[in-house]
Design a protein around this ligand. Structure first.
Ligand SMILES: *Cc1c(COP(=O)(O)O)cnc(C)c1O
Length: 369
């Protein structure tokens, strides 16, 4: 899969700050456009490839190898390419990982962990080890506040709370397997994989398009799933079948393959982390030095990926959103559960896009401050 990526042009252009599905690098869109009618000279579209073809199997193998290389995934972890989205895995995790009656620990840090908890509760007894609810989810409960159960089957965290703008900056070593929903910050930084039992992430936020969920699982956690679980949702059966027990989301897999190559060509995860820090600092500095905007999250817990902030006078919100749209700065409205403004700065968002937003915010403050 020889990909030639082009540098994005620097002229004024629209930027998409959506939380997901979200912006893709221009070079990836261009590659998709080229491959759509004729993939690898096969005379067939990528959309027409049988998932059982040698070419597609090879794409899956290469994709897994690229992911393993980017993250330095140890040999005792399996990579699964599954369907259902992270929300389906909220239920599939307890069904696959827990013995009957075994409970799990959950950290409640915001909107998405609450969803994960509500869904898991239908399938397992669980223990909320700490909650940020009392702080209005403006901080993540610190490690010393977690009331862990040593008999829990696993401990679940949400590495980045997409709606609340909170991000775990450290992953503790726990006695039980650490399970993390990384849907909104996967591949934005290097990770100590050996600290995790399971990492899962839907791909439509930072890794391509909707339809695919990545599951990285330590192989000793693969066990026969509970009776009644449909086979395509069994991690163990899918692992046995190289994620081809049934048709995987082929187009989303192909897009993931392009994204992994793009990230590698940018300089890998250390580079993505440095850029992520630079982009988020630019915006946080602008917010913190202004009288018009306020970011209420505890500084150490602030997300570098989904920056959530408010106008001190909420009545100015509609003007802000409308004028931003007019300037080509799209999808800045905060999550419905939280309100305010949210700027999602995934890997594909160039520094130039963040500078444009910062300049717009300064100008908006000059006119409305
Ligand atoms: C978007 C999101 C989800 C939901 O993903 P789906 O693929 O829509 O199920 C879950 N967790 C987090 C952290 C998210 O940002």
């Amino acid at each position: 899969m020889a990909c030639i990526f082009y540098k994005a042009s620097a002229q004024a252009e629209p930027y998409n700050f959506a939380a997901g599905p979200a912006m893709l690098p221009k070079a990836v869109i261009e590659q998709i456009r080229q491959d759509l009618p004729d993939w690898q000279g096969s005379g067939q579209s990528i959309l027409e490839q049988p998932f059982t073809s040698d070419a597609f199997k090879s794409l899956m193998r290469q994709t897994e190898m690229d992911l393993r290389q980017l993250l330095a995934i140890p040999a005792n972890y399996r990579v699964l390419f599954l369907q259902g989205g992270a929300s389906a895995h909220f239920a599939l995790l307890p069904m696959n990982l827990l013995a009957a009656g075994q409970s799990a620990d959950y950290l409640e840090s915001g909107h998405w962990s609450r969803k994960a908890i509500a869904e898991a509760r239908r399938h397992t007894p669980l223990n909320v080890i700490a909650s940020g609810a009392d702080s209005g989810f403006q901080a993540i409960p610190a490690r010393h506040q977690w009331r862990l159960d040593p008999r829990a089957g696993y401990c679940h965290v949400t590495s980045n709370e997409t709606a609340n703008g909170l991000q775990l900056q450290h992953f503790p070593e726990l006695a039980v397997p650490l399970v993390a929903d990384m849907t909104s910050d996967f591949l934005t930084r290097p990770l100590p994989i050996e600290r995790f039992g399971v990492i899962y992430a839907s791909t439509q936020k930072n890794l391509g398009v909707a339809g695919l969920c990545l599951v990285i699982i330590r192989d000793d956690l693969l066990r026969p799933a509970r009776a009644g679980l449909p086979s395509p949702f069994s991690y163990a059966l899918q692992a046995q079948q190289q994620s081809r027990l049934n048709t995987p989301p082929t187009f989303a897999l192909y897009c993931l393959a392009l994204m992994l190559r793009w990230i590698r060509d940018q300089g890998g995860l250390a580079h993505m982390a440095a850029v992520s820090l630079e982009k988020s600092a630019l915006l946080h500095d602008a917010i913190d030095s202004s009288r018009l905007y306020i970011c209420r999250q505890r500084v150490d817990d602030r997300s570098r990926i989904n920056l959530c902030f408010h106008l001190r006078d909420e009545r100015q919100l509609e003007a802000f959103i409308t004028q931003a749209e007019h300037e080509g700065l799209h999808n800045l409205r905060g999550h419905a559960a939280v309100g305010g403004i949210r700027a999602s700065l995934y890997n594909a968002m160039p520094l130039a896009g963040v500078e444009r937003l910062r300049d717009f915010m300064v100008e908006f403050e000059r006119r409305h401050g």
